[in-house]
Ligand binder design. Structure first.
Ligand code: Q46
Ligand code: ZN
Ligand code: ZN
Length: 331
């Protein structure tokens, strides 16, 4: 197996490019795909200060590494979600990466700073954990970006993630979500600009980037993810990709090129309907609390969750995930 570019021994085959690559040219390919995403979607100015949301996983560490390498000024943001051992380990990976690169890392803890964690919020509100978690993360990204004067929030969503979300939105024909499913959301009404520079790279490519760059990351899935529909959509798309390499990229990138422009009127319309949260001052849709004031979804969630007994992570795990964890603990 030889590298397509230099003919030296290759370390990875990428069927969607119908080619193999050595470590050096794999990095070149990844860098170019990120630069193309930044350029095509006009994500950043060279002087922007970027807040990179890091989870300790391969994608967020890869995007931080690539942006830093491309010369952007970056700060990481890690949110401790209180998901048991998974959260402790992932925090260590984020801290180690930041320390090795000498990059600043902001750490915010749901439990210490807001008085609850993801399992407790899920149990207190009856939401599925990923819904409570996603909403808390988005709120904290937005607030830290606003308070710290960052120009954009960056996340490590890759091509597999975006194709799976697109698949779910298209299964339900959820046109409002489809209209907002873009690699760049401009700043609007107090919300910061949001960018996903990895949308042209697959999971396998970001994992390979981390390996060739010597980046350690948390490999385990979040224990709350079991049963998540997103994973099922990913598996379905992987089956299609196996039969037809490149199908995933053409599905998602084709959506951006040909379908998203047709929905742009709809996303502009959504931008107008914002009020200010009476508790935290964040911009929010007009959600009303029992006392008649406008309170954002995060403040309502945190009010309910703070008064609840802490819930251990195992209580929220599906039966099969619990069995797998117990088996692993027994060795
Ligand atoms: S961390 Fe949070 Fe993910 Fe875990 S609870 Fe779900 S959303 S799966 S990216
Ligand atoms: Zn090569
Ligand atoms: Zn609020």
């Amino acid at each position: 197996m030889k590298c397509r570019t230099c003919r030296n021994p290759a370390i990875i085959d990428l069927p969607r490019h119908n080619a193999n690559f050595c470590a050096e040219h794999l990095q070149q390919l990844c860098r170019r795909q990120v630069e193309k995403a930044i350029h095509d979607h006009r994500m950043f100015e060279p002087t922007d200060h970027l807040l990179v949301a890091v989870s300790g996983g391969k994608d967020s560490l890869a995007v931080w590494d690539i942006l830093h390498e491309l010369g952007y000024r970056t700060t990481g943001l890690y949110i401790a979600l209180g998901i048991g051992e998974y959260s402790h380990e992932s925090q260590t990976f984020a801290e180690d990466f930041a320390a090795r690169r000498g990059l600043p890392l902001v750490i915010e803890s749901l439990r210490d700073d807001h008085g609850f964690d993801v399992p407790t919020a899920a149990r207190a509100t009856g939401r599925v954990p990923c819904s409570a978690c996603g909403m808390s993360k988005r709120h904290i990204f937005d607030r830290v970006a606003r308070d710290g004067g960052y120009d954009a929030v960056v996340t490590g969503h890759n091509l597999d993630d975006e194709a799976a979300v697109l698949f779910g939105n298209a299964l339900r024909w959820d046109v409002e979500y489809l209209a907002r499913q873009l690699p760049l959301l401009p700043a609007r009404g107090g919300f910061p600009r949001k960018a996903k520079p990895l949308v042209r790279l697959t999971e396998r490519e970001t994992a390979a980037w981390c390996i060739v760059r010597g980046i350690d990351y948390i490999v385990d899935e979040c224990p709350m993810a079991a049963g998540n529909k997103h994973l099922a959509y990913k598996q379905a798309l992987n089956l299609i990709e196996e039969e037809s390499p490149g199908a995933k990229a053409s599905y998602y990138l084709g959506f951006l090129e040909r379908m998203a422009p047709l929905l742009s009127g709809l996303s502009a319309q959504q931008a107008d309907e914002l009020a200010s949260c009476a508790r935290c001052g964040s911009p929010t849709g007009a959600e009303t609390a029992t006392d008649g004031s406008t309170v954002c979804a995060f403040c309502r969630l945190s009010e309910k969750a703070r008064g609840h007994e802490p819930v251990p992570v195992e209580m929220l795990m599906s039966k099969s995930a619990r069995r797998a964890a117990a088996k692993e603990a027994r060795g």
